[in-house]
Design a protein around this ligand. Structure first.
Ligand SMILES: Cc1cc2nc3c(=O)[nH]c(=O)nc-3n(C[C@H](O)[C@H](O)[C@H](O)COP(=O)(O)O)c2cc1C
Length: 178
């Protein structure tokens, strides 16, 4: 049984849902998972030091991972370098399966460039598109992105693109690391 620390940050809730699903898969593989919501939990270096493996899971907004994740990676980079690390990005580009790996995801490439931490696994996971809940400007911008990338543009649409089989497979892959 390994101790896994899962640090996540979500704005609209989908990353939170992914964090809890990933955690329950890992728990059923007999690991002990502690979840840290980076928005409302004060993290300390010992939370990382005490873990056998660390997962960082963060949503993207306009090309950048949410600030609490960026702060966490910058602040604790030296500690994270010493642990098996998994970095997971939640975004809508990952609705296309080939955009989930470092080779084809510009978001992942830029993330690693900013935080050169040598994670064992880096992957993107598809999030949720929820036009009705977006403010006018955000809806307009996401529609623009969707038009360019040939996704849904109907403003009444909500689509959960998250591939839950991928999340399960990731849990299995992570289990192999510890
Ligand atoms: C304002 C806004 C900006 C976004 N920007 C991007 C983006 O630049 N690239 C992308 O692939 N997805 C983008 N997304 C999609 C989110 O990453 C996706 O909806 C994800 O599920 C959000 O996670 P959360 O529900 O945990 O906040 C954006 C979504 C919103 C609402």
């Amino acid at each position: 049984m390994a101790k896994i620390a899962l640090f996540f940050v979500s704005q609209d809730g989908q990353t939170n849902k992914i964090a809890h699903t990933l955690s329950s898969h890992l728990t059923s593989s007999a690991h002990r998972v502690t979840l840290f919501d980076l928005r409302d939990t004060a993290v300390s270096a010992s939370d990382i030091e005490e873990a056998d493996l660390v997962i960082v899971l963060a949503a993207i907004r306009y090309g950048f991972h949410l600030k609490p994740a960026e702060r966490f990676l910058s602040t604790y980079g030296d500690k994270l370098c010493k642990k098996p690390l998994v970095m997971l990005s939640v975004n809508l580009t990952a609705r296309k399966p080939h955009k989930r790996t470092i080779e084809h995801s510009v978001y992942l490439q830029k993330w690693l460039k900013r935080h050169p931490l040598e994670p064992r696994i880096v992957r993107a996971i598809a999030g949720k598109l929820d036009y009705p809940s977006y403010r006018f400007f955000d809806r307009f911008m996401i529609q623009l992105i969707m038009r360019i990338t040939k996704g849904p543009t109907d403003p009444s649409v909500t689509v959960e693109f998250t591939d839950w089989d991928q999340v399960k497979e990731l849990a299995e892959e992570i289990s192999q690391l510890v």
